[in-house]
Write a protein that binds this ligand. Structure first.
Ligand code: CP
Ligand code: NVA
Length: 306
């Protein structure tokens, strides 16, 4: 049995296999052919943080696969009142077939998985957001940008940048990250990425100047400057991230025709200008839609490993 907690646990071949399954499932869905790959199965969805895309795409996804989704907000379940995670994991293992969790520390996902007898899927933690990156890569691949791919990530060095590090170092493409001082990616994640890059041939660099990161990039991406759980740091962050907004001028350093991706929700006038966002809205909303297809693929893939 496998879990989907971080791309760190997946090989290049497995990541590409899931992406290819996602493409197949997407084509079937576009032809209105919803195959019941998970007929009668139940997905529990625990949310300790807010969500639009993750919640809707998992719930719609499991429904389209012939199963049912249970939305379990910690405002409602006993976990939110202090019932141990390991007890929740053991109870759900006896009642549902898969569990997705959106939480704070990655160790919460790991603990849940340790006590589960069913596959556990990350729906984001403070450390990683692996589902997002599958959708991002799917969008890049569909548009043919996977060849000679150079990704520039500009912004906060937390969960999304960590997942880019895992994806690039596993698949072997070039990734440049630029963050304000003090907001660099975690050193452990970076070390892992450099180790994987030795095998895959990925080129990874951390640069102070966002323009140096974007120069010649074929894909530019960013994320909010204030992640969920960091609300009390908002004023300080907005000040310290000044100069990192992806605007027209910043995009002019990228290769002509470069894509711009954003995991959403986007805050215009902060990490991205309204102009850049709207110019690239087709790509961004394809990326959002691909969450649905990629997640269906992950659920089917995990079910097949059992
Ligand atoms: N990108 C993403 O995970 O969006 P939500 O927070 O709306 O789920
Ligand atoms: N870094 C953001 C991603 C949201 C999808 C957060 O953790 O809030």
């Amino acid at each position: 049995m496998r879990h989907f907690l971080t791309l760190k646990d997946f090989s290049k071949e497995e990541i590409l296999e899931i992406i290819s399954l996602a493409q197949k499932i997407k084509q079937e869905a576009k032809a209105k052919e919803f195959k019941p790959y998970l007929n009668g199965k139940v997905l529990g969805m625990i949310f300790e943080k807010s969500s639009t895309r993750t919640r809707v795409s998992f719930e719609v996804g499991i429904h389209q696969l012939g199963g049912t989704g249970l939305f379990l907000s910690t405002d409602d379940i006993q976990l939110g009142r202090g019932e141990p995670l390991k007890d929740t994991a053991r109870v759900l293992s006896r009642m549902v077939d898969l569990v997705m969790i959106r939480t704070f520390g990655q160790e919460r996902l790991e603990e849940f998985a340790r006590y589960s007898t069913i596959p556990i899927i990350s729906g984001l933690s403070d450390r990683y957001h692996p589902m997002q990156l599958l959708a991002d890569y799917m969008t890049i691949y569909e548009r043919g940008y996977d060849k000679n791919l150079v990704v520039a990530y500009v912004g906060d060095g937390n969960n999304i940048s960590h997942s880019w590090l895992m994806l690039a170092s596993k698949l072997g493409f070039e990734l440049r990250i630029s963050t304000p001082k003090g907001y660099e990616p975690d050193s452990e994640v970076l070390n892992d990425a450099f180790e994987f890059a030795k095998i895959s041939g990925a080129k990874i660099s951390i640069l102070d100047n966002p323009k140096d990161a974007i120069k010649g990039a074929t894909v530019v991406t960013t994320d909010t400057w204030v992640s969920m759980g960091q609300e009390s740091e908002k004023a300080k962050r907005l000040e310290e991230f000044k100069g990192f907004e992806v605007d027209k001028e910043m995009m002019s350093y990228a290769q002509k025709g470069a894509m711009f991706l954003h995991c959403l929700p986007a805050y215009r006038g902060f990490e991205v200008s309204d102009e850049v966002f709207e110019e690239h809205s087709e790509e961004i909303f394809d990326e959002a839609e691909n969450r649905l297809h990629a997640q269906k693929a992950v659920m089917v893939w995990l079910d097949r490993q059992r």
